[in-house]
Write a protein that binds this ligand. Structure first.
Ligand code: HEC
Length: 343
């Protein structure tokens, strides 16, 4: 709608029918592409294992057990099995008969720190089209689903106004991503994890704060154990950010407490990483165009660079978060208000 005009494009009824028809087909073709083996290949090592055509290594298998056991990952990243949280518990559920998608399509706030490396915080002046991405600079906070329910800054309109009242109960929640293909890389950079071999740098979670799968799992494991009331770039001396210091969440509301202090050992974290790596498609049926990456891989030298390890990957480019202005009122003072004020 443009103003009050519900039909801003002046089409004849015939042309409107044609346009609607083309639009419908366009939607259907995207849908069938997404369902096709080009996108949803289900050709990972894990899928071959489920089909009884491949055995997982001991570490991958241990990672799978931790994923639906001590790590409790599958309560959100549904892996097709039941959950066994206690060491002597046995999974008596039957495995799903469909390909597990590793997401429940729900939302949760995992308590990611604000990432001052995001270009968005600096998009405070008009671009060549006169568009200002983020007039609030570091006064921006990402309330995730909460902003969507309020039809707030940066969000499309909430299609159902009866949902708006629930915004305070979902502030800070992001959609549960699938854990599938999280380790996918171009073949010439075979890993996401920094070390001796060339690697492909990922930016994980919604704001890219996590730089390796090891860090991601270590965060779930120790977020609350190594919690410090600081922003990124300000961990106390004697601590190392992402190793034994996690800056405070950007949004404290509705923090998911099923994770944060899992008691996993270093080795168990690595086993979960091995399992995540077994979720990459292309194992049984290589993607035809997997080798079209023309960029360069990342390299580093563990002998001379202390950040050349999955645990400290990316720490060399951390920048101190500037002193944060209060959250802009068009974000945090929109009714229904957040359950407590957001700093
Ligand atoms: C309470 C629900 C919940 C639990 C439990 C959970 N996750 Fe997640 N996971 C999420 C949400 C929500 C996101 C998206 C978060 C974001 O983008 O900020 C996510 C994202 C991910 C991603 C994708 C990251 C990316 O950028 O593609 C991986 C991989 C992942 N989780 C692995 C795990 C592992 C491993 C565990 C167990 C140790 C786990 N999750 C436990 C909710 C959960």
């Amino acid at each position: 709608m443009f103003g009050t005009n519900t039909m801003p494009i002046d089409l004849t009824p015939e042309d409107r029918t044609k346009a609607n028809d083309v639009y419908g087909h366009w939607g259907q073709s995207i849908d069938s592409y997404e369902q096709s083996v080009q996108v949803s290949a289900f050709s990972s090592k894990f899928d071959a294992f489920l089909a009884g055509q491949h055995t997982l290594t001991a570490d991958e298998m241990a990672g799978f057990e931790l994923f639906n056991g001590k790590g409790n990952c599958n309560s959100c990243h549904v892996d097709g099995r039941g959950t066994t949280l206690k060491p002597n518990q046995h999974d008596t559920s039957s495995a799903a008969t469909v390909n597990p998608l590793f997401t429940c399509f729900g939302s949760a706030n995992e308590g990611l720190p604000l990432n001052p490396r995001n270009a968005f915080y600096y998009q405070t002046t008009p671009d060549s089209f006169g568009f200002t991405g983020n007039p609030y600079g570091f006064g921006y906070r990402d309330l995730g689903l909460g902003t969507f329910l309020r039809s707030g800054f940066g969000s499309g309109p909430n299609p159902n106004s009866t949902w708006t009242q629930f915004a305070p109960s979902v502030d800070g929640q992001m959609q549960v991503s699938s854990a599938r293909n999280v380790a996918m890389t171009p073949p010439q950079c075979p890993s996401t994890e920094a070390g001796l071999t060339p690697y492909f740098q990922k930016e994980l979670f919604h704001n890219g704060y996590m730089k390796s799968l090891k860090q991601l799992v270590h965060f779930y494991n120790t977020r609350d154990k190594f919690a410090f009331p600081v922003t990124s770039g300000h961990c106390p001396s004697g601590t190392i950010e992402k190793v034994n210091c996690w800056p405070m969440p950007e949004v404290k509301q509705n923090l998911d407490m099923t994770t944060g202090n899992l008691g996993l050992t270093d080795k168990e974290e690595d086993q979960i990483v091995s399992f995540l790596q077994a979720l990459t498609d292309g194992f049984t049926r290589p993607y035809p165009n997997i080798d079209t990456f023309t960029g360069t891989c990342m390299t580093c030298n563990p002998a001379t660079d202390p950040n050349c390890s999955p645990s400290r990957q990316g720490n060399g480019i951390l920048i101190p978060t500037p002193p944060l202005p209060p959250c802009a009122s068009v974000i945090c003072n929109v009714p229904p208000l957040p359950s407590q004020p957001i700093p």
